[in-house]
Design a protein around this ligand. Structure first.
Ligand SMILES: Cc1ncc(COP(=O)(O)O)c(C=O)c1O
Length: 409
């Protein structure tokens, strides 16, 4: 069956093309233009005293943190094994050794109780990932890291950068790294942001983001020409993509409310199954950024069968990370898959369900019906899935023909 309910559809508010056209017509499509400033200002208003810098990805933001702290060969950084490769590779690529920590079953976040046993003289930073936008125990982590003079770089790729004040993750460490990849709550295809929470790193980060030059000072009018001042790379976000992102930052509450509603609906649809013990769902009862809905089934055979079963009905559920300690590089670093048992276990049992901004109530109920049919073995309702598909409202996503017609009038 064709993909009727995809895993993701990038959020669109409808003004993306307009603002991108504006950037093109204004002749300003490289970085640090009008839309970059507008995005940064919109987010800055929600931060306390931190500095925001848009980047071309969360990976770039993490690399900037690594460069700003001057990390390199001989240094170690503690990262969870159950994460995306960038959490480790952004340090590894500079010669830093990633030291893998296991995650907790209750939220798949870094097991802070393990951290102390992993700290050595060489440990320079810890990179907690707020998995699914559920906060890591930052209180305890900060206590351990402060005692040992170790930096915290928050990988906040799953978090909502538009949350404000106390609820905004990514503000407790020296740095917070965010993603605007097409799968994230707010997106521009590929993009990210670095939140610099300690003023002493702001100048360094500005230079690092601009290929190691003081171009940012030049743009502010502080100097009359710019030059090479440090190591750095091409980490700036194009203003074209900032224009795309800005249209979403104008609709923060609407996007956030919609995602919350999807999460709440999933929770209510699955409350019974959770009671029945058919699966574990760590996301229940937790504050999160409404980034995803996932659960853990009995074992990897059940997981693979469930994903296959749903695909037959056009529903695209997916698994998530392969633990980094069990990857090729992890093995080269001397790890055995069994070294971090929780990461290994959850990675084989985790299923993520379709979750996107304009997902309808009908679509959510359909996904839930598919999962329920799988667990109950009662396939009598399965024909309902096809019927429900047929009854789904026609997509309102603009087509290129409609857009062209609109712009011609
Ligand atoms: C935890 C985590 N960190 C970092 C990244 C990398 O984000 P980006 O694609 O914006 O570089 C991802 C990507 O999904 C992620 O899941």
């Amino acid at each position: 069956m064709t993909e009727l309910i995809p895993f993701n559809k990038p959020t669109l508010t409808g003004r993306e093309l307009l603002y991108m056209a504006d950037a093109i017509l204004a002749g300003q499509t490289a970085g640090q233009g009008k839309y970059t400033k507008m995005c940064e200002e919109s987010i800055r208003a929600r931060l306390k005293n931190s500095t925001i810098m848009l980047t071309n990805s969360c990976t770039s933001a993490l690399e900037m943190a690594s460069l700003a702290l001057g990390l390199g060969p001989g240094d170690e950084v503690i990262v969870p094994s159950y994460t995306f490769v960038s959490t480790a590779n952004s340090f590894y690529k500079f010669g830093v050794k990633p030291v893998f920590c296991d995650v907790r079953r209750e939220d798949l976040n870094l097991d802070v109780d393990m951290i102390e046993s992993l700290i050595t003289q060489r440990t320079k930073a810890v990179v907690p990932v707020h998995y699914a936008g559920v906060p890591v125990d930052m209180e305890s982590l900060t206590r351990v890291c402060e005692e040992k003079n170790i930096h915290i770089i928050e990988d906040a790729a799953h978090c909502d950068i538009t949350a404000s004040g106390e609820t905004l993750l990514g503000m407790r460490g020296a740095f917070g790294a965010f993603s605007f990849h097409e799968t994230k709550n707010f997106n521009c295809g590929e993009g990210g942001a670095l939140i610099v929470n300690q003023d002493e790193y702001v100048n360094a980060c500005e230079a690092i983001r601009e290929k190691g030059t003081n171009r940012s000072r030049f743009l502010k009018g502080d100097i009359d020409k710019y030059t090479w001042v440090s190591a750095g790379s091409s980490y700036v976000m194009s203003d074209l993509l900032a224009a795309f992102l800005y249209s979403q930052l104008e609709d923060i509450e609407m996007i956030r409310n919609k995602r919350r509603r999807i999460l709440d609906l999933y929770k209510s649809e699955f409350a019974d199954l959770l009671q029945s013990g058919k699966f574990e769902c760590p996301i229940f009862g937790k504050e999160s950024s409404a980034h995803m809905f996932y659960f853990l089934v009995e074992n990897n055979v059940v997981r693979d069968n469930l994903i296959k079963f749903l695909r037959k009905y056009g529903i695209y559920a997916v698994f998530h990370y392969v633990p980094l300690h069990a990857s090729e590089v992890g093995r080269e670093l001397g790890y055995m898959p069994s070294d971090l048992p929780v990461s290994l276990d959850v990675s084989g049992r985790l299923v993520r369900l379709p979750f996107f901004f304009n997902m309808t109530e009908e679509e959510i109920r359909l996904v839930a019906l598919g999962v329920r049919c799988f667990f109950s073995g009662d396939t009598s309702q399965l024909s309902d899935i096809t019927k429900c598909h047929e009854a789904l409202p026609v997509s309102t996503t603009p087509t290129i023909e409609r857009l062209a017609a609109n712009s011609a009038t």
